[in-house]
Design a binder for this molecule. Structure first.
Ligand code: ZN
Ligand code: ZN
Length: 173
């Protein structure tokens, strides 16, 4: 069974300067990503690339989209989204660039490249949404759904000291 992530590039390599568009879907599991709580095995990863051949390799640019899940760092509710990553990579017949991937047997193996991007761009400390209001530091309610009347100053221990002092002054001597 051949993987859709294995691209035969013989045709491209014969004609430097030629282009090919590649659109494919794979899954987190097919990429060989396991045990990453942000990435569910059956989550579908969308890959759209433009391949352009050089005399000694192939330049790739495009976009990879991968769904992620997590816990919002502010309100602690479930969070989910799609990480969209710009791709710019080089595949070479003979590796001279330390960042490049190797072309083996006229084939581009996109698997490792896409896996690295998906792992890198899934957020480590996500937000459920950009303007998440988070939890109230005083009473702990989720301020996205509940309006509380807490004033942040009330949590300041200096007020306790002041009111204690006032109570002492007011107390009949
Ligand atoms: Zn949130
Ligand atoms: Zn509150």
């Amino acid at each position: 069974m051949s993987s859709p992530l294995l691209i035969n590039a013989a045709e491209l390599l014969r004609r430097p300067g030629s282009e090919r568009l590649v659109e494919l879907q794979t899954t987190v599991g097919e990429l060989g990503i396991e045990d990453d709580p942000r990435l569910e095995a059956d989550a579908e990863v969308d890959v759209r690339l433009r391949l352009e051949s050089l005399t000694d390799g192939i330049v790739i640019d495009g976009v990879v989209r991968a769904p992620w899940v997590g816990t919002c760092r502010r309100c602690l509710e479930p969070a989910a989204g799609i990480a969209e990553s710009d791709v710019q990579e080089l595949y070479q017949l003979v590796l001279t660039d330390p960042e490049a991937f190797e072309i083996v047997g006229d084939q581009l193996d996109l698997r490792q490249m896409v896996r690295e991007i998906v792992l890198l761009d899934a957020p480590a400390t996500p937000l459920c949404r950009d303007d998440c209001a988070g939890l109230c530091p005083v009473c702990g309610v989720d301020r996205n759904t509940v309006v509380c009347t807490c004033e942040p100053d009330r949590a300041d221990p200096r007020w306790d000291a002041l009111s204690e002092l006032r109570a002492q002054l007011d107390a009949p001597g």
